[in-house]
Design a protein around this ligand. Structure first.
Ligand code: NDP
Length: 256
């Protein structure tokens, strides 16, 4: 029987989180630090860097930051090189940064389609590709892609987002299959309705809020902290025989 503490322990592991200093990514970075990992965070602005540095100190762990737009040409190579320079290895990649742009299908602008696909799909692919080079050398690694309920739904006002998140599920499977012989597991997490600043307006719209709550078997919006357990599970040895899966963390939303 394995020691349960050891199974989930991330001490000496290095995790890279895109968009890890704010939004949901901040919770993932904090969870990984708390579980013992050192963390490399990538974002364009320095928003949240101080707060996360303080948090890391409290965990006796190190967090390092790189300010870069991950959709830039060659960003992936620069990011992985900077992470290896800082920590000499890369064990866990969390592809979290993502955007959503809403519009009617006939009014949708070409540049908005490109923006969404560039960040949610292309940047995720290029970073996974560079990370895989390091992880195959190491003969170990975990790649965690952030999907969405829109990985499984039509999303008619946010169809590029839905298309990119569907593609994340497909890419997760292809990478999982190709990298399994190298002891690298590739999985995705599909968050449901999360109580964040971004969704406050929706929560304050009582008609929409009631519709949403009626659709969630668990009967409530998730707190961001309710996603962390799945991230730690997918980052740890506890999930070593799980690969190619997309795990909904949605209070059962997709069941209805
Ligand atoms: P936020 O917009 O709150 O955070 C996005 C993060 O990514 C920020 O830290 C941002 O930092 C960073 N980022 C954005 N664009 C870039 C870029 N081009 N280069 C580098 N960093 C970038 O998003 P959420 O936390 O809400 O969402 C995170 C992920 O979770 C996304 O993939 C989203 O699709 C998914 N998701 C979210 C849900 C929700 O309810 N919030 C539900 C389901 C899925 P900066 O601006 O400084 O670059």
């Amino acid at each position: 029987m394995e020691n349960m503490h050891e199974l989930f322990n991330l001490s000496d592991r290095v995790a890279l989180v895109t968009g890890g200093a704010s939004g949901l990514g901040k919770y993932y970075a904090q969870g990984l630090l708390n579980a013992g990992a050192n963390v490399f965070v990538v974002s364009r602005s320095e928003k949240g860097w101080d707060e996360l540095s303080q948090f890391a100190k409290g965990c006796h762990r190190t967090v390092k930051f790189l300010s870069i737009d991950i959709t830039e040409k060659n960003a992936a190579k620069k990011i992985i090189t900077a992470c290896i320079d800082a920590f000499e290895r890369l064990d866990i990649l969390v592809n979290n940064a993502g955007i959503q742009i809403r519009n009617n299908i006939l009014d949708y602008r070409d540049e908005d389609w490109r923006k969404v696909i560039d960040l949610n799909l292309n940047a995720l692919y290029f970073l996974s590709h560079e990370a895989a080079k390091v992880m195959t050398e190491q003969r170990s690694g975990k790649i965690i892609n952030i999907g969405s309920m829109q990985s499984f739904r039509a999303g008619k006002f946010i169809f590029p987002y839905a298309a990119s998140k569907h593609a994340v599920v497909g890419l997760t499977k292809a990478y999982a299959d190709a990298l399994a012989p190298y002891n690298i597991q590739v999985n995705a997490l599909a968050p449901g309705y999360i109580d964040t600043e971004m969704t406050k307006a929706l929560q304050n719209d009582s008609v929409r809020n009631t519709e949403i709550l009626n659709h969630i078997p668990a009967g409530h919006w998730a707190k961001p902290s309710e996603l962390i357990g799945t991230i730690i599970y997918l980052a740890s040895d506890a999930s070593n025989y799980v690969t190619g899966a997309t795990i909904p963390v949605d209070g059962g939303y997709l069941l209805r």
